[in-house]
Design a protein around this ligand. Structure first.
Ligand SMILES: C[S@@+](CC[C@H](N)C(=O)[O-])C[C@H]1O[C@@H](n2cnc3c(N)ncnc32)[C@H](O)[C@@H]1O
Length: 385
């Protein structure tokens, strides 16, 4: 039985602020997630579970197999403990080994030195255990991460390859696009359910409406791409089985009411292309329109949006004027819930209303707030359904 036929401790990493969403997703997939230490959520499983996590998780950045954990207060300790791992069991003789390093609140803080010590320790173990003088590194790539957090090292094997935000549909980048994983997390943090109307009035390249449609149609976010672990030597052949599971879950019979608007016609062209590539074009209404003219006859909808922040796309004062106008628009839609992400700290003042809840999220490295405005819950007699 090879290493990949066993059971593992698995780690899904997430951006700060969305760990709870990843945990919820893992629970829905049938796992028992634990911890959320520095954006790392753990669960247990085998290779099929590793692949399922890659295919189904919408909000995680990557999925990694945990290989070893030990204290690393000195470089000697880091070298010796890394060298003790049974690498021959994990890596083929010709593996192309890349090392990624991270250090948080630890004595060993030089990421370059950590990378170099870990690589040396692995190469030395491979030379010893395979009985060879030189590694060719001509085969499949295996990316090892050495994360030292509070002086404890965790060595993991990356199974995702490209980050999980790369679903495969977004090949053209618009102005200030949102990561697909963050867009999905924002939707999952909202009260939206697929039977409710959904609008992104500042949709840009369409990331938020496309992610909403993927959720609505139950299309797994990783269905149309491959992952690094599928290329591992002697990897169990389970992709077909996981793919079949994902295909069976897709529900194209559902009626969705998802719209995306943007004032820039080029953005709408891009959004249309992305919706098409994601296979959800027929389920989203995309149109050039000014958010300041927004209205809807549909009741109890949900707006999730990422307007300009006044950092890259327009001046801060212009963005703030836009928030004022958008605040008026939302006032006229009192039964809609509104969710806005922005790095502008005085958003509530300009929008004209204090949020019911504010959550800190990061758009790439930029610290943002995600403002939640909830609509009053309708009384029984008001309900139309
Ligand atoms: C931060 S970007 C949205 C990016 C988008 N979330 C994505 O992933 O591509 C903000 C968008 O707001 C649009 N915009 C600016 N003013 C607008 C207005 N008055 N009405 C509608 N859209 C507007 C811009 O054209 C831009 O595409």
């Amino acid at each position: 039985m090879g290493f990949l036929d066993g059971r593992f401790q698995i780690e899904a990493s997430a951006a700060s602020g969305i760990e709870a969403v990843v945990k919820r997703e893992l629970s829905a997939l049938g796992y028992l997630p634990s911890g959320a230490n520095y954006g790392r959520i753990r669960f247990e499983g085998d290779f099929r579970d590793v692949l399922r996590a890659n295919v189904f998780l919408r909000t995680a950045n990557r999925v990694r197999i945990i290989l070893a954990e030990f204290n690393a207060n000195t470089f000697d300790e880091l070298f010796d403990n890394t060298n003790d791992v049974n690498w021959k069991d994990i890596l083929p003789k010709d593996a192309a080994i890349t090392i990624n390093a991270k250090s948080i609140k630890s004595k060993l803080f030089s990421v370059r030195s950590i990378q170099s010590i870990v690589k040396k320790a692995i190469v030395s173990a491979m030379q010893r255990d395979y009985g060879i003088a030189r590694l060719s590194e001509s085969g499949v790539t295996y990316e090892i991460e050495a994360a030292i957090i509070e002086d404890k090292a965790t060595l993991t094997l990356d199974t995702s390859g490209e980050g999980l935000h790369k679903r495969g549909y977004r090949t053209y980048l618009g102005d200030a696009p949102l990561r697909e994983t963050l867009a999905s997390a924002m939707i999952q943090l909202s009260v939206w359910k697929p039977d409710r109307p959904f609008i992104d009035p500042f949709c840009g390249s369409g990331t938020i409406p496309v992610e909403a449609a993927l959720i609505g149609l139950n299309i797994a976010s990783g269905m149309n791409r491959n992952f690094a672990c599928e290329k591992f030597v002697d990897a169990p052949a389970v992709r077909a089985e996981v793919q079949q599971e994902a295909e069976q879950l897709v529900n194209r019979d559902i009626k969705l009411q998802i719209s995306g608007f943007d004032i820039n016609p080029e953005a709408i062209k891009l959004a249309t292309k992305h919706a098409e590539r994601a296979g959800v074009k027929d389920f989203i209404h995309l149109q050039t329109a000014d958010a300041l003219n927004l209205s809807s006859k549909r009741p109890r909808g949900v707006i999730v949006t990422n307007p300009p922040y006044g950092e890259r796309l327009m001046e801060k004062s212009e963005a703030e004027a836009l928030y004022r106008g958008f605040g008026e628009v939302c006032k006229a839609m009192p039964d809609w819930c509104v969710y806005v992400i922005t790095s502008n700290n005085s958003f509530e003042k300009h929008f004209g209303k204090k949020a019911d809840k504010v959550r800190k999220l990061y758009n790439s490295q930029l610290e943002c707030n995600f403002y939640h405005y909830l609509a009053p819950i309708p009384k029984r007699s008001d309900k139309t359904e």
